[in-house]
Each structure stands twice: as structure tokens, then as C-alpha cells.
Design a protein around this ligand. Structure first.
Ligand code: DOR
Ligand code: ZN
Length: 457
């Protein structure tokens, strides 16, 4: 038997363990064998993994691809080009675009744009506001992967529903079987301190961080846990930034609530000192926390397991919007968010190299769990026979420094990771059996990526 593609001579790693001198075989975009190199069939194309590590394709459940409407920042093509270069095979786009993704026609528009230009596979959340709660069943029919509510004001000014509306939305979403995720920051607390700080003339980048205190995040987690306990809705906490919020998630899990949580590489890598060192380019919502909160995020979130998944919150903005030329200038004029798709695998492999995470735990949080949380597993997030042949090959020992943000593939590449040194990098990215990134180049076609049909997993 001869198949389309075989990759040999890798250490294959899944959450269940690792197999040296192994690989995968692919036919028609699907995995047909996984195992020791010498047991794999002949193939039209054979890739020698040269002893590197092969894992199920990375699934990033949180990117802002900005299309439709904000293409001056990023679009599906550029976001998924960055994904391919970063070793990411599936991305899920956030709904704070223009128009916001709040009705079936907008979701279809977003899907159509993705079909036309994406390099890797994709999906999209829909936002829930006061205006569209009645549309939840229709949005489900339209193929949304899940729902998002912004609880506090953030980029895009999508107003939060009130607590009664949130309860009603949870009832409706529970019936769809899908999951509702939150931007979990209490807007009233943030608005209060933001106004107070502005009036007092506090306008340094670190003041932005302190205007959004940990309690704003922790309270929002706890309130949504209470509502989920009442309604039985499945909920998710996007971008958990603090140990205190991770502890709240852990308490929710102990209560038997179906809550999942993600954190992002920047919360594990930097402390709030980055605001004093790099200023506005590092501004993000929720903000990067102090060392104590970060230590608890590692301990309770990663070591004890309150955090299920890792995603980037890839959020491109122009250098002008980020005040790159005035990094310590008035922070209230700067925007929040930065890119991450090409530094997430390196950051996590660096943690692996430092002994803070095993390869298996990395794969579980960066591929398998996000696929499970959003209903894409085992089609995505596994290396099982019969599933999509999505995989990422990484060099876990490669030492490198991100010297220049222009080396990245997004339209706008501002990131506080410039100047940081890593051990590890994605070297090849394969989506449904097609190599989309190798030897430093994105080689896949724009438009090859397709929407993952959540009803067909
Ligand atoms: O910093 C952020 N940027 N936080 C968000 O919640 C939204 C994001 C964006 O869209 O830029
Ligand atoms: Zn986000």
C-alpha cells in the first residue's frame, strides 16, 4: 500500500505519552496510521522528521482575525498566515469585528471571507448582547462554534447584557449544547477606577493595569459560576490572567459546574513589570499581573489543573494605535491587545525546556483540550486514525530570539515578545495532509483553510 504522505523519524507526543522513532501516515487528508517509523506504509511523499517532535495540530481557541470590517489591522489571510508560521492548524475568531458577529448573516459573511482566504482551518464565536438573545437558536443553526459575552468594556465597545439577560441567554445556550465564554472583567469596577485615575492625572501604562484590578476579574468569574450553577449552562473563562481568578475557577469545578478556562502565554511569561519596561505595546485587557498573582496562576492554574487550555488572544492593532513611538506616553490614548500566534508555541516550549511543563501537558492544553472544549475533538486535537491529518512538528531545542517584529507574518506585528529569547519553535505545519509551513516559509495556498463543521465532528 502506498499513501499520500508519511512523516517518519519523529518523537510523537500526545497527552497520553511519547513514542520515539515514530510518525504518521496520511491519505486523502486523513490519518491512516500512527506508529513506529518502520511500521508505516510507503508514500508518494516522505518527510524525515530528523528526530524532532510531532504533535497533534495546535488549536488556538482565541484570536481576533479582525475580518470583516477591520482589515486595516488584520484579515483572515494574514491571521492564518501567522497561524501557519506559528504551528497552529485551527483558529477560532472573536466576534468584535465590524459588523459584530451577532446574527446569522454576519456569521455567514465571516465564514465566507475565511473560506476565500484562510491558510488553516477556522471557526468563529458569535457575541451575545441585549439585542440578539432571541436569535440564539438560529445562530446555532448557522454553525457557530460557541458564544461570547463581553462583561466589561473592551476593544470594540460591545455593551454587556444585564445580569437578567445573561441568565436568559444561558438558559437558551444550554439547550443548544454549546458553550458560552466570557470576557470576564466587571465593567463597573473598571469604569470607576478608570475615571478616578484619569481625574487624578495617573496616565502611565502601569496605571492602565491597576485600573482593572484582579477583583474585577475574580468577581466576574464568581458571578458567572453562580449563574451557570443555576442554569446548567456550560461556560468558559477566556484569558484568565490572575491566580485569584484561577482559584475561583477551581472552586467552581469543585462545585461540579461545567466550567473550562484558558490562559495566555503572556500571563505566564511576563509580570506587570513589563508595563514599566515596554509600556503601551504590552497593554492588554485583562492586564498582565504582579509576580504573586502569576505564581498562583502557575500553581493553581497549570500545576493543579484549573486552567484547561492555552490560547493567544492574538489581537493585532497598528503601531500608531499601540503608541509604539510613544511607549510611555498617556496610556489612555493607547489601545489594548497584541499579536501572539507566532510566539505561543515558542513560549510554551521554553517552559517545557525549563521543566515547568511536560511536553504531554503542553499538547493537552494547546491542542486536545481546546478541541474538546469547543466540540472539535477528535477531528481536531488528536492523532487518531480516521481524523483530520493536522499536525505540528517542532524543534524543542532551537534557541532563538525574536529580534524584529517585522519577522512575523501578521499585518501589524506589535508584541511585547520582541527581544525575548526562546528555546523551541514550530518547523512544519500540516493541515489535512497539506504542508502549509516548512523551512521558514508559509507554502500553503490562501483559501485552502476551511470552516470546521461542528455538527460533523
Ligand atoms: O486587549 C484586548 N484586546 N482585550 C480584549 O478583550 C479585546 C482585544 C482586541 O480586540 O483588541
Ligand atoms: Zn480576546
Amino acid at each position: 500500500m502506498s499513501v499520500d504522505l508519511v512523516v517518519r523519524n519523529c518523537t510523537v507526543v500526545t497527552p497520553a505519552g511519547r513514542t520515539p522513532d515514530a510518525g504518521v501516515a496520511v491519505e486523502d487528508g486523513t490519518i491512516v496510521a500512527v506508529g513506529k517509523s518502520d511500521r508505516l506504509p510507503d508514500a508518494d511523499r516522505v518527510l524525515d522528521g530528523e528526530g524532532k517532535v510531532l504533535v497533534p495540530g495546535i488549536v488556538d481557541g482565541h484570536i481576533h482575525n479582525r475580518e470583516p470590517g477591520l482589515e486595516y489591522k488584520e484579515d483572515w489571510e494574514s491571521a492564518t498566515r501567522a497561524a501557519a508560521a506559528g504551528g497552529v492548524t485551527t483558529v477560532v475568531g472573536m466576534p468584535n469585528t465590524d459588523p459584530v458577529i451577532d446574527r446569522p448573516e454576519h456569521l455567514e459573511l465571516k465564514f465566507d471571507r475565511g473560506e476565500a482566504s484562510a491558510h488553516v482551518d477556522f471557526q468563529s464565536y458569535v457575541v451575545v448582547t441585549s439585542e440578539n438573545i432571541a436569535l440564539i437558536p438560529e445562530l446555532d443553526e448557522a454553525g457557530a462554534i460557541g458564544y461570547k459575552i463581553f462583561l466589561g468594556s473592551t476593544v470594540g465597545d460591545v455593551p454587556p447584557p444585564n445580569d437578567g439577560e445573561i441568565l436568559e441567554a444561558m438558559e437558551k445556550i444550554r439547550k443548544t449544547g454549546k458553550r458560552l465564554g466570557f470576557h470576564e472583567e466587571n465593567g463597573e469596577i473598571i469604569d470607576h477606577y478608570t475615571e478616578q485615575f484619569k481625574a487624578a492625572g495617573k496616565n502611565d501604562p502601569i496605571d492602565h493595569s491597576h485600573s482593572r484590578p484582579v477583583i474585577a476579574e475574580q468577581e466576574a468569574v464568581e458571578r458567572m459560576l453562580t449563574f451557570a450553577e443555576e442554569t446548567g449552562a456550560k461556560i468558559h473563562m477566556f484569558h484568565v490572567s490572575s491566580g485569584s481568578a484561577a482559584e475561583a475557577v477551581a472552586r467552581g469545578k469543585d462545585r461540579g459546574i461545567d466550567v473550562t478556562a484558558e490562559t495566555c502565554p503572556h500571563y505566564l511569561w511576563f509580570t506587570e513589570d513589563v508595563m514599566r519596561e515596554k509600556g503601551n505595546p504590552a497593554r492588554i485587557q485583562p492586564p498582565i499581573r504582579d509576580a504573586e498573582e502569576q505564581a498562583t496562576l502557575w500553581e493553581v492554574g497549570i500545576d493543579e489543573g484549573a486552567i484547561d487550555s492555552i490560547a493567544t488572544d492574538h489581537a493585532p492593532h497598528t503601531p500608531e494605535e499601540k503608541k509604539v513611538d510613544d511607549p510611555f506616553g498617556n496610556t489612555w490614548d493607547a489601545i489594548s491587545g497584541f499579536v501572539g500566534l507566532e510566539t505561543e508555541v515558542p513560549a510554551l516550549l521554553t517552559f517545557v525546556n525549563e521543566g515547568r511543563l511536560t511536553l504531554e501537558e503542553w499538547v493537552r492544553r494547546h491542542s486536545t483540550r481546546p478541541a474538546q472544549i469547543w466540540g472539535l475533538y477528535p477531528k481536531k486535537g488528536s492523532l487518531q486514525v480516521g481524523t483530520d491529518a493536522d499536525f505540528t512538528i517542532v524543534d524543542p531545542d532551537l534557541e532563538w530570539t525574536l529580534e524584529d517584529s517585522d519577522d512575523l507574518h501578521s499585518k501589524n506585528c506589535v508584541t511585547p515578545f520582541v527581544g525575548e529569547s526562546f528555546t523551541g519553535k514550530a518547523v512544519s505545519t500540516v493541515v489535512r495532509g497539506e504542508v502549509v509551513y516548512e523551512d521558514g516559509d508559509v507554502v500553503g495556498e490562501s483559501g485552502y483553510g476551511t470552516r470546521v463543521d461542528v455538527d460533523d465532528v
